[in-house]
Design a protein around this ligand. Structure first.
Ligand SMILES: [Zn+2]
Length: 293
């Protein structure tokens, strides 16, 4: 068993997310579900009752009020999307919401400040090809989207999403073959070899439209076999572990870690992520995610 840490993100709050939750439970895996209150692009979102059901087992985080790309809005509208999305979700859950994801990965530097000011603890982007959790808590990167992208999309992503040198090892591994599913496994193996982070994200509507449920099931089974139970994290837990620094997290990946069957019960004892504040001076001048979607 490697020191690999695994986190999964499920975006957009579609009712089919409940099917993903059942799969995750089967393998003792964790995830963060990013949910808007409504989706202006058309697809439905989960009811408040379903959200509360999901929140008993997984982290629920915000994805704006109505899934609007912040970079396309004026500041007042963007701020409203950030603040009202958080408030609406907290009303439905009856609990604080700590995480945020920029819809479409489209945001600017000022939106990072808005998200921080709204009281979120961390935020996730769609930057891909990363094998670590990043160093900016309001711009957590990812490794891959579970989606059959051609390699040309990944090449464009490398140039448009920032940090190209940090992402080069992941990019080279991703470009080593044509088959997109083999790419996912190749990057999982590379992250494991480096003792890094593997962060997979997807939309359940894509799984349904493209017939990818079996492929996801197989991947989750493989991942569960490679990642120690206490290294299967929500995005919020990963952000907290990274903020604590190497060797200071609550991770125990050693031989004494509990078996998968004990994981779900254990999760309820994991405390929420503590507030983390880092100097904004480390942010790039013009962050702007370019989603692989
Ligand atoms: Zn989205």
């Amino acid at each position: 068993m490697s020191g690999l840490r695994l986190t999964l993100s499920v975006d957009d709050g579609h009712p089919l997310d409940l099917r993903v939750a059942d799969l995750l439970d089967r393998y003792g895996l964790q995830a963060t579900f990013y949910v808007p209150i409504a989706n202006d692009e058309g697809p439905p979102v989960m009811s408040a009752a379903h959200l509360r059901q999901l929140a008993r087992r997984f982290e629920i985080a915000s994805h704006t009020l109505s899934h609007r790309f912040l970079a396309t809005l004026d500041d007042a509208a963007a701020r409203s999307q950030v603040i009202d999305g958080k408030r609406g979700l907290e009303d439905r859950l009856g609990a604080p919401v700590q995480g945020f994801c920029y819809p479409g990965g489209r945001y600017r530097r000022r939106h990072v400040a808005m998200v921080r000011a709204a009281g979120f603890v961390y935020a996730r982007t769609t930057q891909n090809l990363r094998l670590d959790g990043g160093s900016r808590p309001f711009e957590m990167p990812t490794t891959l989207q579970f989606y059959p992208h051609p390699r040309s999309v990944l090449a464009r992503n490398l140039l448009s999403q920032g940090d190209p040198m940090t992402r080069l090892p992941g990019f080279l591994a991703a470009m080593a073959g044509d088959d997109w599913l083999e790419r996912v496994y190749r990057l999982l193996a590379l992250a494991a070899a480096r003792g890094g982070v593997f962060h997979l994200w997807f939309h359940t509507l894509d799984l349904e439209r493209l017939g990818l449920w079996t492929a996801l099931d197989c991947f989750l089974a493989r991942a569960a076999g490679r990642v120690a139970p206490l290294a299967r994290l929500t995005n919020g837990e990963l952000a907290a572990a990274l903020a604590l620094g190497p060797g200071r997290g609550a991770l125990n990946c050693g031989p004494g870690a509990p078996p998968p069957a004990a994981t779900a019960a254990h999760r309820h004892a994991v405390p929420p992520a503590p507030p983390t504040r880092r100097p904004s001076a480390s942010l790039p001048s013009t962050p702007s995610g370019s989603s692989a979607t």
